[in-house]
Design a protein around this ligand. Structure first.
Ligand code: GGG
Length: 367
């Protein structure tokens, strides 16, 4: 009897791993183990992971969180998996600008995408609100606005000391993020977009957002859209979560709204982010929304679900949609089990216990 062996071509994806600070190290370890388990299960792709020790420890050793031209070192990767940045003994503006923003800006990852929904087994703090009521994607402009980096501080220590942070809005920057948000809204079943500004008080940049929104909307007649002021938006998210679907806002407004969204969906520990370069001229970066959480660092209780979900977004982005869907099913089976809830969800499970259960689901799944 002759045997016929079929040679399967295994695709290799180059991943840059930047765990960063605090619990970033713990959740990225868990996320990479999940990605390797999925690759092993599929047999058609694998990951070649390069680790970067960038973060606050490097800053303390060498005076910078990452090399001056570090973003260039990331150019040839298929994707970046990022943990968290921030430490209690270094000012937050140094660490944020020294690492996360020092990657997002040069790589022009202008679309920050933050899905929020109530996963199985997780309870929203909003009474009676279920997964049917809260299923949003928040799009955060990720390259300019309040995070343009323009501004300064002078006359230090004098009574007339002055400090400015310029919110910079360019037509190019506003149009590309609003167009991205319309396209995303169009791809979702409800085809519904809410554009958030503060154009009553901020009468230049935010009015440009309103004008561009009207212009771009003309290209998307099948998408229903509306406008909200950011203060009223916080009320609507709490009181009428069902009325929202896709949301787009400036860098700062969406940063605040997405933390609120994460809390309303049960915990910031489960919330994911993709920092996308939609034109794919540079690699995109995937990270949990949460920060470095030094209060729980080293205790082994960080929730790895935000990183798993971010890893699912990474898989989707590199074209491994089946593996992404498989990972989402594994995440949902884990969250559905109360014994696998970490303390942020009211349980006592460890990062390790949740990770092992997720990997067991991947290895045992028949799909
Ligand atoms: N994984 C997300 C993270 O580390 N965030 C740190 C932070 O302080 N972010 C603030 C921001 O992105 O505006």
């Amino acid at each position: 009897m002759s045997s016929l062996s079929v040679r399967v071509k295994v695709k290799t994806y180059k991943i840059a791993s930047i765990p960063g600070d605090g619990i970033g190290v713990e959740v990225i370890d868990a996320g990479l183990r999940a990605l390797h388990a999925l690759a092993e299960r599929a047999g058609t792709f694998q990951f070649d992971v390069t680790h970067f020790d960038w973060g606050t420890d490097r800053y303390k050793r060498e005076g910078a969180l990452m090399p001056a031209d570090g973003a260039q070192d990331l150019i040839d990767f298929d994707a970046i998996l990022f943990g968290a940045v921030g430490a209690p003994d270094v000012p937050d503006h140094l660490t944020l600008w020294g690492l996360r923003l020092n990657i997002c800006q040069p790589l022009d990852q202008y679309a920050n995408v933050r899905p929020t929904r109530i996963l199985p087994g997780i309870k929203s703090p909003l009474a009676g609100v279920t997964d049917k009521d809260l299923d949003w994607v928040i799009v955060r402009e990720n390259s300019e606005g309040e995070y343009s980096g323009q501004g300064g501080r002078s006359h230090r220590g004098q009574p007339h000391e002055v400090a400015t942070d310029m919110a910079v809005f360019t037509r190019t920057g506003v149009e590309r993020i609003i167009r991205f948000a319309f396209e995303l809204a169009q791809s979702r079943p409800r085809k519904k977009l809410t554009i958030v500004t503060k154009s009553n008080a901020q009468r230049h940049g935010m009015v440009l957002w309103d004008d561009v929104a009207r212009e771009v909307a003309a290209d998307f007649p099948d998408v229903t859209w509306d406008k909200m002021l950011v203060d009223a938006m916080t009320v609507r998210m709490v009181m009428q979560p069902q009325s929202l679907d896709t949301i787009v806002a400036t860098n700062l407004h969406a940063d605040v709204l997405s933390d609120l969204a994460a809390a309303l969906s049960g915990s910031i520990g489960v919330a994911p982010t993709a920092n996308l370069n939609p034109g794919r001229t540079t690699p995109s970066m995937f990270e949990p929304i949460h920060g470095s959480a030094f209060d729980i660092t080293g205790k082994g209780i960080a929730n790895p679900v935000g990183t798993f979900w971010s890893a699912a977004m990474l898989l989707e982005h590199i074209g491994e949609a089946d593996a992404a869907a498989q990972l989402m099913r594994a995440i949902e089976s884990v969250t559905a089990n109360q014994d696998l809830h970490t303390p942020d969800l009211g349980g006592d499970a460890t990062t390790e216990k949740v990770t092992k259960a997720l990997i067991a689901h991947i290895q045992g799944s028949n799909d």
